[in-house]
Design a protein around this ligand. Structure first.
Ligand SMILES: [Zn+2]
Length: 196
């Protein structure tokens, strides 16, 4: 057998955990984030959220994570940024965050919120794709998207996976056991809140 011809140029981008996803296939990336969220341990005090950072310019995954992956009471978006450790691609590249649930803007613990952490990248995260609004179980009225937009970060909804996302997110919550009735009510309420 002959050697395949060598291909000059840069090596292909590193793609972890999944087969290649077409650029701008937002639903596929959100589904990957949903897959990541399933790795998070179910707990009554957390939503199980999955998130990833993507260079949209090169369609390369930069970081992936989920709630409680890193030690402490850590959130998926927070972990994605921590794992990247500031190693953003060159400043011309567009970096997007996909998260199954909108980033928190206030934390009961008083820790920095994920919205603050996103803004703390100094504009390197320019877009946030959101799978579902926060149901408001722990903190009522997430103002995160307004704060992000005012800071120049685009916030975009990726519809179609709300029910699965919430089912995974709230799997550790006690009311989930009673036939899922309340959970379905929350799904309906969250979907009604999907205004632009
Ligand atoms: Zn958060």
């Amino acid at each position: 057998m002959s050697e395949p011809p060598s291909t000059p140029g840069p090596p292909p981008p590193t793609v972890h955990l999944h087969p290649p996803i077409a650029p701008n296939d937002h639903q596929a990336y959100m589904r990957l984030a949903l897959t990541l969220s399933r790795l998070s341990p179910p707990k009554p005090t957390n939503y199980r959220v999955g998130a990833l950072l993507l260079s949209q310019t090169t369609n390369t995954l930069l970081s992936t994570s989920y709630t409680l992956e890193l030690p402490g009471n850590t959130h998926a978006e927070q972990n994605c940024l921590a794992k990247l450790a500031g190693a953003f691609p060159p400043s011309g590249e567009d970096v997007a965050l996909y998260t199954t649930m909108e980033p928190c803007w206030r934390r009961l613990s008083g820790e920095r919120s994920c919205v603050e952490r996103i803004l703390g990248t100094g504009g390197r995260v320019g877009r946030v794709y959101v799978g579902v609004r926060e149901p408001g179980v722990f903190v009522e009225g997430n103002e995160g998207r307004r704060v992000l937009r005012e800071a120049g970060v685009e916030v975009l909804d990726v519809g179609g996976l709300e029910e699965e996302i919430l089912e995974v997110a709230m799997a550790g919550h006690r009311h989930q056991g009673k036939g899922g009735k309340l959970a379905r009510g929350i799904v309906a309420a969250v979907m009604q809140r999907h205004d632009p």
